[in-house]
Design a protein around this ligand. Structure first.
Ligand code: HEC
Ligand code: HEC
Length: 259
């Protein structure tokens, strides 16, 4: 995943990081700086906003993060980091590779949104109208060019009639993260030296589980085994970090023409 952090944000992040190690918690006791909030908003909009809502208050597919105990409680910092790093792939939360500084900035942004959400006149910012602002021609160019979508897809092949099947946020969600991680495979190395392979059945910060070839569900405490997940949607997970807001709206506008 590309890193797009300005030097200023890096140094702000470094200060936060020192604090993280000192306290073991995610949040700094000082209020976040404007630069940190700006970084947080940029990362959040690019990578989290389409599922959790640009205002972090919940989208079509992701919960309201301003109400999440993982974000609210400073002591839950480790668990929050684990959710973002590992995802909850089976439930539609992809894994992300954010630096600690980026994640701290995202958390600062979400907490700030929580304050705003509780103030009068707050309103939601995910709207269907917002999904209609893209430029379809620019989206077509991105699809065939920089986005490299045409490597795997064709508007007259697998994506023919897509917009007739899916509209609005549903189409956006499918475009961003198509199948909630279904189809991912995992290989688990047990302490005994045995390696067990199968379809990824469950993954969170505590547990890794698979269904083996015999159809048996097997699970292990995630910290006690080594495992490697292979996801056919890796390209989509990576793409989440590459889209600019404009690219995303343009590609969506283009896909909306595939009827
Ligand atoms: C493709 C959609 C999608 C994207 C993108 C996404 N999430 Fe999620 N996220 C989800 C879903 C769905 C859940 C609920 C998972 C569950 O039910 O356990 C979730 C859950 C979470 C939770 C746990 C909330 C709780 O209280 O249990 C956190 C924290 C979180 N997401 C943060 C993020 C951050 C930060 C980003 C961006 C770096 C992000 N998410 C991007 C879909 C998404
Ligand atoms: C390396 C291969 C690869 C690349 C590159 C790729 N995708 Fe995908 N895409 C997939 C796979 C695999 C699926 C899942 C197909 C399924 O679930 O049936 C998928 C599914 C989709 C779907 C849902 C299709 C449906 O029928 O519901 C859309 C929309 C989509 N991709 C759009 C894009 C866009 C836009 C890009 C470029 C920014 C892109 N993809 C890049 C592999 C890729």
């Amino acid at each position: 995943m590309r890193k797009r952090v300005s030097n200023l944000a890096e140094s702000v992040g470094a200060v936060v990081l020192v604090h993280l190690f000192a306290s073991g918690a995610l949040a700094a006791p000082q209020p976040p700086t404007a630069a940190q909030l700006q970084t947080g908003q940029r990362v959040f909009t690019a990578q989290c906003g389409f599922c959790h809502g640009r205002d972090a208050m919940g989208g079509e597919t992701g919960p309201d993060l301003t109400k999440s105990p993982l974000v609210r409680d400073e002591a839950a910092g480790d668990r929050l980091r684990a959710v973002v790093r590992d995802g909850r792939v089976d439930k539609g939360m992809p894994a992300f590779r954010l630096t600690d500084a980026e994640l701290a900035a995202v958390v600062a942004f979400v907490r700030d949104q929580k304050v705003k959400a509780e103030s009068p006149g707050a309103r939601r910012s995910v709207s269907v109208a917002d999904l209609q602002t893209g430029d379809a021609e620019a989206g077509r160019r991105y699809f065939n060019g920089a986005g490299r979508c045409a490597q795997c897809h064709s508007p007259t092949g697998d994506l023919a009639g897509l917009a007739a099947r899916l509209q609005g946020l549903q189409l956006l969600q499918r475009m961003l993260y198509p199948s909630n991680g279904r189809g991912a495979k995992v290989a688990v190395d047990l302490p005994s030296g045995e390696t067990v392979r199968g379809a990824l059945a469950y993954r969170d910060e505590f547990t890794i589980a698979l269904t083996d070839d015999a159809g048996r569900y097997r699970s292990w405490p995630a910290p006690q085994v080594k495992f490697k997940v292979e996801n056919p949607l890796e390209a989509h997970a990576e793409q989440l970090g590459k889209y600019t807001d404009d690219d995303m709206h343009n590609v969506l506008a283009y896909l909306q023409t595939l009827r």
